[in-house]
Write a protein that binds this ligand. Structure first.
Ligand code: 13P
Length: 256
């Protein structure tokens, strides 16, 4: 890792219930403690729990984000949540383009680009997720797929907008499977993304953007993954609901 401030996100997905969400939040805040200064940590609870988790996080230095946001800023869009609503509840970030939305809901690249723009327009930090499926990896096109996804998501954005964003490389075959990419696998995707940022913008910007890895990250493998030079932290699913595991992962990001 470089002098980029490490970033760890806890994506709770569609797990838990209200009382448990508040309890996990309180415990995570206590367990991470002072490490929260050296690593940027953001929790992404399900939307109905955003306010309660935000209240529990108040003033502890841990950020709050939505697991998605609408590409629209307001209006007649039943069932959607605008980025401004996330901000209104104290949120500062939104996950965009998670593979569970790309694949289960068929979200295309153009929609992900529109959501990224909407998040930025509401001053949320987009955490844009990209990653290939196992079929794409086996076909030898993993890096091309990731490059296409990054180019599409960033289409038309200024360097300053990309500078406030985080990119998350999450190979689909590693998510929730217990199969983790090797540090070399992660590094090759991350370094390709960083070079692409250099080509699309400039080297200074490319060097400053956090690119995090997601897919079966646990306390036991976090330090090794985060030691890869272009891996700036992680986006954690299952292990983010286990307080001690998540706190260890945050500490591993600080020491990498
Ligand atoms: P797991 O850590 O459960 O594999 O999930 C990763 C993920 O999808 C985070 O967004």
């Amino acid at each position: 890792m470089s002098n980029r401030r490490p970033y760890v996100g806890g994506n709770w997905k569609m797990h838990g219930e209200l009382a448990g969400a508040v309890e996990v939040t309180d415990n995570v805040a206590a367990a991470i403690g002072e490490a929260a200064e050296a690593v940027e940590v953001t929790l992404f609870p399900p939307f109905p729990y955003l306010q309660a988790v935000g209240d529990a996080l108040r003033q502890c230095g841990i950020g709050l984000g939505g697991q998605d946001c609408s590409p629209h800023l307001e209006g007649a869009h039943t069932g959607q949540t605008s980025p401004a609503m996330i901000a209104d509840l104290g949120g500062s970030a939104a996950l965009i383009g998670h593979s569970e939305r790309r694949n289960e809901l068929g979200e295309p690249d153009a929609l992900i680009a529109a959501k990224t723009r909407a998040a930025l327009a509401a001053s949320l930090q987009p955490v844009v997720c990209v990653g290939e499926t196992m079929g794409e990896r086996e076909a030898g096109i993993a890096l091309q797929v990731v490059e296409r996804q990054v180019r599409a998501a960033l289409e038309g954005l200024s360097g300053a907008q990309v500078g406030t964003s985080v990119l998350a490389y999450e190979p689909v075959w590693a998510i929730g499977t217990g199969i983790t990419a090797t540090p070399d696998d992660a590094q090759s995707a991350h370094s390709m993304i960083r070079s692409l940022l250099g080509e699309l913008y400039d080297d200074e910007l490319a060097d400053s953007v956090r690119i995090i890895y997601g897919g079966s990250v646990k306390a036991a493998n976090a330090a090794e993954l985060f030691s890869a030079p272009d891996v700036d932290g992680g986006l954690i699913g299952g292990a983010s609901l286990k307080v001690d595991e998540f706190a260890s992962i945050c500490r591993a990001a600080v020491s990498a």
